[in-house]
Design a protein around this ligand. Structure first.
Ligand SMILES: [Zn+2]
Length: 146
């Protein structure tokens, strides 16, 4: 279960901002499945969290925290019946992704991460430099390179 793997998230202001009064209940009932690919994701069939155990053990702690915040946004979207993987949109234009990225980036800024570091965090192997520009524009959060 989520609360066996991730400690203290029920006290995170960002997580409380997602689930409100239901935070503890949602986290207590959230299943975590360890997978051997990628970083993290949400299974669209029942809304559980998938986590790459190797990433969890070797990744940057702050980035893992931000990833969890991002994925918990998807858990909330799934609970609201939203389509998480709407293929009518490119990844960086998909409203569920843009919202999750925006929320995680605002949390990163609250933590005092520099814009440069936030951009480095957002730069993943499946987002081209052009797509990253589009994502930042879609998020409508000021992020200046350099
Ligand atoms: Zn996402």
């Amino acid at each position: 279960m989520f609360t066996d793997v991730f400690k203290g998230f029920e006290r995170s202001r960002a997580v409380k901002g997602i689930f409100g009064d239901k935070t503890e209940e949602v986290l207590r009932n959230l299943k975590v499945e360890f997978v051997w690919f990628g970083y993290m994701g949400v299974d669209n069939s029942d809304g559980h969290l998938m986590v790459n155990g190797r990433y969890l053990n070797s990744g940057d702690r702050t980035e893992i925290y931000l990833d969890v915040v991002h994925e918990l946004c998807h858990v909330k979207q799934w609970m609201e019946g939203k389509e998480l993987f709407d293929s009518n949109f490119d990844y960086v234009d998909r409203p569920t992704e843009v919202d999750a990225y925006r929320y995680a980036v605002l949390e990163a800024k609250r933590l005092g991460m520099s814009e440069k570091r936030i951009l480095a965090y957002l730069k993943t192997e499946w987002i081209s430099p052009q797509d990253l520009k589009r994502l930042v524009k879609n998020m409508d959060v000021p992020l200046i390179e350099g």
